[in-house]
Ligand binder design. Structure first.
Ligand code: FAD
Ligand code: MLT
Ligand code: ZN
Length: 462
C-alpha cells in the first residue's frame, strides 16, 4: 500500500500468488474472467479519491455465486487474501433483476449498478429505497456491504430495514442462502444483518432481495439559505412538523461547499446568488397529490421566511432546475477531490452540536486548507471535509486525533455511513466498547478463520 496507507506491512502468513493459482482461476472463469493486464488491475488497486493504493496482481470477474464459491474455497485452502469489490466508489480506503410487483420486492444480483436498478424499478412504478451521488458506478452489493445511507435515508431508513434477504458466499466457499422475500420472519437469529455494513469482511454478497417503495407522482425541491446554524436546526424541526409525511430529503451545506461547487463543477449555477449566505439547505418533498404538495411546500417556505429562519429560497419550477439543485449537493465530493487533497470524515453527532466541530476544525486548520461542512442533517450525519492542494503531516496533526476524540466525547460515531475501511480500521474504539470489538473479533474468526477476506481493513478485530 502507498499514500496515507504506506505504513501497512504485508502479512507474511498470506500465500503469494503463483502461476498454478492463475491456471486454476482460468479453469473456472475462462480467460476473460481473469485479468492480469497491469493497467486494468491498476484501476482496481486505487480508490475513488486516488488516496489508497493496493498491490493486488490479479482481478477476478466471477459471474455467478457458484464461481464466487469456487474462488473463495480455493483461496481459503491456499490462504490467499481476497478483496471483494463492487463499483469501487467507497470513500474509506451482470445481472438479471426479478420483480414482484404485488409486494414491491426486487431480487437481483450484487453486481447491479444502483442507477440501473433505479431505472428498472421506476419503469414499474417503484423506487429504490436508497439514492446516492455514486449511483452511476456503485453496485448494490457494495451498498449492502457498506450499509450505504445517502439521500433518502430520512424517509425510508437504513438498509437494515429495507433488505429482506441476502445470498452470501462465505470464506470457505459455502453458499449461504438467506434470500427470503418475507417481510416478517422471526425464526432464529437474523444473520443477514451481519453482512449489511461489514465491508466484505465476513463474506461476499452475491444476491439481494430489497423492498422498493411506490413511486409517488409529485416531487418538489427547494433550495434555501439561512444565516446561522441555529436557523438550520429550527428549520429541520419545522420541516418535520409542517411537511410531515411528504418530507423526503433535508440536506445542508455551508458557504464553503457552495463556493467550491461553483468553482469546480461544470454547468451548475448558484440558485441564490444575491449575497453570500452562510448556510444552504435542500429540501425535497415527495407525495401523491401534486397541487396539495406544492402548496404545502410554498406555505412552509413563506412561514419560514416570516419567522426569520430562511433568508432566501426558491422552489424548482422544472426538472432542470431541480437537477441543478441536486447537482450542487451531490457534486460536493467530486468538487472536493479536484482541489488536490481531501481529508474526509463522516460523523454522526447530535444535531445541536453538529456544526461546532466544523468551526473548531476550521480554527485549528487556519489557512492550511478549506474546511467544508455538509451532509444529511435530517439524519444527524455531518460530512466534515478538509481540502488542500496536497497532503501533509502538519495538516493531519491538526485534524487527528482531534476529530475522533471530539466525536467520541459526544458519544457520536466516527463513521455514520461510509464504513471503516483502511482509513479507520484502527479507530473503531472511538465509537465501540472493547467488549463489542472483542465480540466482533470472535464473529470474524468464526466466519473467516484464515482471515482471507478484506485483509488489513479489520485489523482491530483479529
Ligand atoms: P466498493 O467501493 O467497491 O466497496 C466498498 C466496500 O464493500 C469494500 O470494503 C468492499 O470490499 C466491499 N464490497 C463491495 N462489494 C461487495 C460484495 N458484493 N460483497 C461483499 N463485500 C463487498 N455512501 C453513503 O453511505 N451515502 C452517500 O450519500 C454516499 N455518497 C457518495 C457519493 C460519491 C460521489 C461517492 C464516490 C461515494 C459515496 N458514498 C456514499 C460512499 C459509498 O460507500 C459507496 O458509494 C457505495 O455504497 C459503495 O459501493 P461500491 O459498489 O462502489 O463498493
Ligand atoms: C455525500 O453525502 O455526498 C457522500 O456521503 C459522499 C461524501 O461525503 O463525499
Ligand atoms: Zn453522505
Amino acid at each position: 500500500f502507498s499514500s496515507s496507507a504506506a505504513h501497512i506491512q504485508r502479512n507474511p502468513t498470506y500465500s503469494v500468488l503463483n502461476s498454478d493459482d492463475v491456471s486454476y482461476f482460468k479453469s473456472i472463469l475462462g480467460e476473460s474472467g481473469v485479468v492480469q493486464d497491469e493497467d486494468r488491475v491498476a484501476v482496481a488497486n486505487v480508490d475513488w479519491m486516488g488516496k489508497y493504493k493496493g498491490a493486488s496482481q490479479l482481478l477476478l470477474l466471477p459471474k455467478s455465486s457458484n464461481e464466487v464459491s469456487k474462488i473463495l474455497s480455493y483461496c481459503n485452502s491456499r490462504r490467499l487474501a481476497v478483496v471483494p469489490q463492487g463499483g469501487n466508489t467507497g470513500l474509506v480506503g451482470g445481472s438479471v433483476p426479478v420483480y414482484d410487483e404485488v409486494n414491491g420486492i426486487l431480487t437481483c444480483e450484487a453486481g447491479c449498478v444502483l442507477e440501473n436498478l433505479s431505472s428498472f424499478v421506476e419503469n414499474k412504478g417503484f423506487i429504490m429505497p436508497l439514492d446516492l451521488g455514486a449511483k452511476g458506478s456503485c453496485h448494490i452489493g457494495g451498498n449492502i456491504s457498506t450499509n450505504a445511507g445517502g439521500l433518502r435515508f430520512i424517509r425510508y431508513g437504513s438498509l437494515h430495514g429495507n433488505v429482506l434477504g441476502l445470498e452470501v458466499v462465505l470464506a470457505d466457499g459455502t453458499v449461504l442462502d438467506m434470500l427470503t422475500t418475507l417481510r416478517k420472519d422471526n425464526t432464529g437469529y437474523d444473520l443477514k444483518h451481519l453482512f449489511i455494513g461489514s465491508e466484505g469482511s465476513l463474506g461476499v454478497v452475491t444476491k439481494i432481495a430489497i423492498l422498493t417503495p411506490a413511486k409517488l407522482p409529485s416531487t418538489n425541491v427547494a433550495f434555501l439559505s439561512c444565516n446561522d446554524y441555529i436557523s438550520c436546526q429550527k428549520l429541520l424541526l419545522a420541516a418535520r412538523r409542517s411537511l410531515g409525511e411528504i418530507l423526503s430529503a433535508f440536506e445542508f451545506m455551508d458557504r464553503h461547499c457552495i463556493n467550491l461547487a461553483m468553482k469546480y463543477l461544470e454547468g451548475v449555477h448558484n440558485p441564490l446568488p444575491v449575497s453570500p449566505y452562510n448556510f444552504y439547505v435542500l429540501i425535497e418533498t415527495t407525495g401523491s397529490d401534486e397541487s396539495y404538495d406544492k402548496a404545502k411546500l410554498e406555505a412552509f417556505l413563506l412561514r419560514s421566511m416570516e419567522d426569520g429562519l430562511v433568508t432566501d429560497g426558491v422552489i424548482a419550477q422544472d426538472i432542470s432546475q431541480a437537477s441543478n439543485f441536486w447537482r450542487i449537493r451531490e457534486g460536493i465530493s467530486e468538487a472536493s477531490v479536484k482541489v488536490g487533497a481531501v481529508y474526509k470524515y463522516d460523523l454522526s453527532i447530535p444535531v445541536e452540536k453538529l456544526y461546532d466541530i466544523v468551526e473548531e476544525t476550521r480554527s485549528r486548520v487556519g489557512d492550511m486548507g478549506d474546511v467544508l461542512g455538509y451532509g444529511h442533517l435530517g439524519d444527524g450525519n455531518l460530512h466534515l471535509n478538509i481540502v488542500s492542494t496536497k497532503y501533509s503531516d502538519e495538516m493531519l496533526a491538526q485534524i487527528e486525533p482531534f476529530v475522533y476524540e471530539w466525536t467520541s466525547k459526544q458519544r457520536g460515531s466516527i463513521s455514520a455511513e461510509h464504513g471503516l475501511g483502511l482509513m479507520k480500521a484502527e479507530k473503531i474504539h472511538y465509537s465501540k466498547s472493547s467488549e463489542a470489538v472483542q465480540l466482533m473479533a470472535s464473529i470474524k474468526k468464526l466466519f473467516d478463520p484464515n482471515s482471507i477476506l478484506n485483509p488489513y481493513k479489520v485489523r482491530r478485530y483479529v
